[in-house]
Ligand binder design. Structure first.
Ligand code: PLP
Length: 413
């Protein structure tokens, strides 16, 4: 599949003249389409709710677009709770899924009336001490191992810091029940950037079975099961997308087989997807400012890891196209770099691209999730602006670029 970009060359050149590179551009229409696809996947589930994982693209304009479509938020920090509040998302539209949680996050979540999803059994008492228990309490389950159909281990949540063990889960509900909590949910988040149907069905199966066991052992009828996020996107042009139809149908089958016969047909299904909502709806637009030929060929951009660190952080692939040369043959091999004094500050390594000239515009694809959001200020580099292409075709700046005044603002010198 060829990678899409929502503006014509002429329009993008106009935008660059007005705002100058680098910037992230987000496309409202794609975000809405992504949300509607997920809602369609769970159209069989009454009261399905997607809590958008705010950390993926923490900008209230984006949260508002999704909220207007019916989404809630998944927050994991005080700032994300405040972003959600500013976008008008409050009450149980918010789920706080945080870990190593400081008191002020719990306090703000309680003030907002959010669902609180605890990451550990000791947090029940901590939460009670620093605020109070919420009306609706949830626990994050860590299933230790993820198996495929043939019982091979395909993932090891046991090595991750998140969630409660299986036995702790039952104790946690019991303790909370004794403390007077009446409404409960169950949560897990075990996949990340996953595109295999099997993994989502596995998650649903263990969660539904656990919901039945919770009913049998404790008499608790859960209000919701949150299957987490982790829906992947095809970063490489040759990658297959998630087969949402088979995911939806497969989970519906499990729902009918496991929940319905056990009197749990009222359980709401929830997800908290980030990447699948905004990942392919964002692009980092940058200018080639240097070419350097030593043992390898380098193209240096006016953007760096401050703007997108996924390639440097975990070798993630982000597709790159050169404006106006989308159909030119990829005859050169380049490392595409930023300017940090870190050799891993690269957007691509040994990438086949058309011959690039200084001043060419490079479009880095799929930067809408965990892109700008991860930016940092090492080397005193500044984070870029964020622009939104609205459905009516207007370009709106929804966050300005940082300035050196911002950078110096925290100094006491
Ligand atoms: C990051 C995260 C998500 C979103 O993950 P995506 O891969 O962006 O869908 C959801 N829930 C929790 C708890 C997370 O940490």
């Amino acid at each position: 599949m060829t990678k899409k970009f929502p503006l014509s060359e002429e329009k993008l050149r106009e935008v660059i003249k007005k705002f100058s590179t680098p910037f992230h551009l987000y496309d409202e229409a794609t975000i809405k389409k992504n949300f509607r696809r997920l809602r369609e996947t769970f159209s069989w589930a009454e009261n399905f709710v997607e809590h958008f994982a705010v950390k993926a693209l923490p900008n209230p304009h984006i949260v508002k677009i999704l909220a207007d479509e019916g989404a809630g938020t998944d927050c994991s920090s005080l700032a994300e709770l405040l972003i959600s509040e500013r976008a008008g998302v409050t009450g149980e539209k918010i789920m706080l899924t945080s870990n190593d949680t400081p008191a002020n996050e719990f306090q703000k979540a309680i003030e907002l009336g959010a669902i609180i999803n605890l990451d550990d059994i000791t947090h029940i008492e901590f939460l009670e001490k620093v605020a109070r228990l919420p009306k609706c309490l949830s626990f994050r389950y860590n299933p230790a191992d993820i198996m495929n159909g043939g019982n091979d281990i395909i993932g090891r949540p046991a090595d991750a810091k998140f969630g409660l063990t299986r036995e702790q889960i039952f104790d946690a509900y019991k303790i909370s029940l004794d403390k007077g909590v009446k409404r409960f949910g169950l949560h897990t988040m075990i996949a990340s950037n996953e595109r295999e149907t099997e993994t989502f069905l596995y998650t649903a199966k263990i969660m539904f079975e656990l919901a039945v066991e919770i009913k049998n052992r404790l008499g608790i009828i859960l209000e919701f099961v949150n299957l987490g996020g982790g829906f992947g996107i095809p970063y490489k042009p040759e990658d297959n997308p998630v087969d949402y139809k088979s995911v939806g149908e497969g989970i519906f089958e499990l729902y009918k087989k496991i929940l319905v016969p056990n009197g749990l047909e009222k359980i709401k299904i929830a997800t908290e997807s980030g990447r699948a909502m905004t990942g392919d709806a964002g692009w980092l637009v940058a200018t080639a400012i240097h070419e350097k030929n030593i043992y390898k060929n380098y193209i240096g951009l006016d953007a760096c890891m401050a703007n997108l660190m996924r390639p440097a952080l975990y070798g993630a692939y982000h597709h790159i196209t050169v404006l106006g040369k989308e159909n030119s043959p990829a005859t050169k091999i380049y490392d595409v770099t930023g300017s940090l004094c870190e050799n891993n500050d690269k957007f691509a390594i040994d990438r086949k691209l058309p011959e690039i000239e200084i001043g060419d515009i490079l479009i880095i694809h799929d930067t809408g999730a965990h892109g700008h959001a991860m930016g940092f200020n090492y080397n005193g580099k500044l984070r870029s602006a964020e622009l939104l292409l609205t459905e009516s075709g207007e370009i709106k700046m929804i966050r300005r670029a940082e300035t050196l005044d911002d950078y110096f603002a925290t100094l006491k010198f």
